[in-house]
Design a protein around this ligand. Structure first.
Ligand code: HH2
Length: 267
């Protein structure tokens, strides 16, 4: 899943793709680099970010989705918490809704997704973007995120969204400390055990900078390591800024195949 942020303030690429022409060119480039899905967002959810109005979000994303959907064969995702934005994006050519609020942000969202027969990603977040990094606390981050995703999955299915259209995401960096993020990646197999495909968005995030000392634009090596680790522990999709490099890293990891457990008494 390639990230296309049509925003002035996203944490690693804010302002670069706010102009529709730049956004289209970047979307086409990611499709050519092998993205399987392009995730278009008009509102930053970085820690401390301010919400934007539906009108503003619509103005940013709809023209890009309309034009990109006729230029690339790759399916398009709308990254939004607002039902009105999701509906317009689906009408304009998107087929996947990436809702970082997991249907908690807008009570009309579930019906929009159900009616359009769209795919849906439900993501875990503790708190709200403005304050979520103030003091995130968990007894056991993995079991709490897992229980949340199971509850949201059941809720979505109860709202007539077929289970086989739903993806789950532990929400790396959304109300989590460095240790929480590492624990979620370490034990990602427990999230995958829910039985739905797992999405992981670790690309260029702050926890990578905390470990490597690198600014947002210099976190490719850490991001690739996170993608490979996530893949090996059961992620079905990774949400990334650097499509070509990630595809190459995952092609290598997939070529090697799954981790095998050594047993002494093999024939
Ligand atoms: N992370 C971001 C935004 N949307 N969606 C999912 N499903 N999973 C994620 O981890 C995720 C997401 C934040 O990254 P980015 O879009 O690059 O930045 P910003 O929110 O500042 O636009």
């Amino acid at each position: 899943m390639g990230v296309l942020n049509v925003t002035p303030d996203s944490f690693s690429d804010g302002g670069r793709f706010l102009e529709p022409a730049a956004a289209l060119a970047h979307g086409e480039a990611m499709a050519a680099e092998g993205a399987d899905l392009i995730d278009i967002g008009g509102e930053s959810t970085r820690p401390g970010s301010d919400a934007v109005t539906a009108e503003e979000e619509l103005e940013r994303v709809v023209p890009v989705i309309e034009q990109l959907s006729v230029r690339v064969a790759v399916p398009l995702s709308i990254d939004t918490r607002k039902a009105a934005v999701a509906r317009a994006a689906l009408d304009a050519g998107a087929s996947f809704v990436n809702d970082v609020s997991a249907l908690r942000g807008d009570s009309a969202m579930a019906a929009v997704v159900a009616e359009a027969e769209a795919d849906l990603c439900l993501m875990h977040m503790q708190g709200k973007p403005r304050t979520m990094q103030d003091d995130p606390t968990y007894e056991d981050v993995v079991s709490e995120v897992k229980a949340f995703l199971e509850e949201r999955l059941a809720f979505a299915v109860g709202q007539d969204i077929p289970e086989d259209r739903i993806w789950l995401d532990p929400g790396i960096g959304f109300g989590k400390t460095l240790e929480h993020n590492l624990e979620l990646l370490r034990r990602l197999d427990e999230i995958a055990a829910i039985g739905r495909p797992v999405v992981v968005g670790a690309s260029r995030k702050r926890f990578i900078g905390a470990l490597t000392g690198r600014p947002e634009t210099e976190r490719l090596a850490g991001s690739l390591a996170a993608a490979v680790v996530a893949y090996e522990r059961g992620a079905a999709m990774v949400r990334v800024h650097d499509v070509r490099a990630t595809r190459e890293a995952l092609t290598l990891a997939a070529g090697v195949g799954p981790v095998l457990t050594w047993t002494e008494d093999k024939d």
